[in-house]
Unconditional design. Structure first.
Length: 273
């Protein structure tokens, strides 16, 4: 895949973030500030991640900010996001025309914090909800039993029994969120494969680390351990860790979103009771 102009700069930033372990923290920012009314909420997960990695909560083009009565501050520099470069090809057999992605080009945008003007409303309850995220209630709300067992004797840190329970063999938050992500991935994707499937394990490990960042447990998220875990599975599959992560990034974020949306629904019901 080709990257044209500053698109390479954006792609390199994503690769560096994955390698350095920045991704869980950056994606947490995407979800913490991730109200549906953010302008970049319609973008791809890679572009939303680029916004967070550049230190901003939202982003748009120069003229787009002006369209909502905000202006870019003097001296601020734009940063690139990625847009697919499409060409139209004709199928030699059928004669039908189809669009194909042949690479990526850069689009310059500015972060919300680089602008001044009309205030953008932010729901203060969102941050408070994140601080008290009832993750166990999410599992129980899905009809899953949450239990524990003697991990020293069993030899496994934890497991998810599809549609039945999450059981933990260690007192470790990263193991808990890892298994909770398996449950969410199951609900998003459908039936999971038996055994230690590469894609399933990367979804669970990366997503679990992001969830811990979201609930204010950065040390428990173990970014370095997350990267090593993912690298180990990528090596078994004979692919690069970046490739392994990129191919399940959207799936991971969908599972995280499901957990957060379920938690919000449960909280709303409690408040209404």
């Amino acid at each position: 895949m080709n990257y044209y102009g500053k698109a390479q700069e954006a792609a390199d930033k994503l690769v560096t973030a994955f390698e350095s372990g920045q991704v869980p923290k950056a994606l947490a920012a995407v979800f913490i500030t991730g109200a549906a009314d953010r302008h970049c909420s319609r973008w791809s997960w890679n572009n939303r991640l680029l916004v967070a990695l550049n230190g901003y909560t939202d982003a748009m083009g120069f003229n787009q900010w002006q369209g909502i009565d905000r202006h870019v501050k003097k001296g601020e520099k734009a940063f690139p996001i990625l847009a697919p470069r499409m060409i139209t090809r004709t199928d030699p057999d059928t004669g039908e025309k189809e669009k194909t992605v042949v690479g990526f080009v850069a689009i310059s945008v500015f972060g919300f914090e680089q602008t001044d003007g009309k205030p953008v409303e932010v729901d203060p309850a969102l941050t408070a909800w994140i601080d008290n995220l009832p993750l166990r209630e999410v599992a129980e709300g899905w009809g899953l039993k949450v239990d524990a067992y003697n991990g020293a004797e069993d030899g496994a840190l934890g497991y998810y029994s599809p549609g039945k329970e999450i059981s933990l063999g260690v007192k470790n938050l990263s193991t808990w969120t890892h298994e909770l992500m398996h449950a969410a991935d199951h609900k998003v994707k459908g039936k999971l494969k038996n055994g230690q499937d590469v894609d399933q394990e990367i979804v669970a490990e990366l997503g679990g680390a992001v969830l811990l960042e979201i609930i204010g447990k950065p040390h428990e998220s173990d970014r370095g351990g997350c990267w090593k875990y993912i690298s180990g599975y990528a090596k078994k599959a004979k692919i690069q860790p970046i490739t392994a992560i990129n191919r399940v990034l959207t799936r991971t974020c969908q599972a995280i979103s499901l957990i957060l949306e379920t938690a919000e629904t449960l909280q709303s019901r409690d408040l209404a009771a």
